[in-house]
Design a protein around this ligand. Sequence first.
Ligand code: MN3
Length: 249
Amino acid sequence: MTSPQACSASPQTTSRRDFIRASGGALAAVGLAGSASSLWAAPVEDSFSLPSLPYAYDALAPVIDAQTMMIHHTKHHQGYINNLNAVVSQESSLAGKSLVELLKHLDSIPAAVRTAVRNNGGGHANHMLFWQVMQAPREAGKPSGKLGEAIASKFGSFANFKEQFTKAAMGQFGSGWAWLVVGDGGLEVVATANQDNPISTGKTPILGIDVWEHAYYLNYQNRRADYVDAWWKVVNWEQVAMFMQKAAS
Ligand code: MN3
């Protein structure tokens, strides 16, 4: 198995490690997933499968209702997995590859199936991260510790970061995602279209919001701004901090 670290060897590695070291410090790992990449690095024996949510379908209510969560998880996320498995079963050169290997090296995937892997592999990876970075609503949740300091240092303040992230989420025309990533220069806010994952452009996502209408339409209809505004209450900042800490390890 090729590790994501081996795949990502690049001139940015040193500065990224320095950033992580500067923002490092041990965090309690209890109940948290490891690195974002590790979610997607598992070797694939047979086929990709739907991971359980780390909470009940109604746990995020009233920010995200139970029906939206259940349909999103069992229909949409499962759908990307089914499509990805179908592509992998047709194209033998993809067999056994992890999501990280697929998404980091899209150019090396046969052109006939590249878009299907990009869309459905991305869809699987993005939702795996999305479920992990949410938790039951908290009124005044915000990042603390090293993550809080890194956000304040990069964006000026948490409020400025929220504004920039919200702008990315609102400015994404049509379906897509807004992300907080670890890139060459440390933390960055980026948006991607469709199911593209920042890992395909060498950036490690540590927080992401799904702004496809299927993520919010039952509750919010066309009001994406209200969904994004409410969503901050369910962000699991401890998990995001863990993803930041592990982003270069
Ligand atoms: Mn979705």
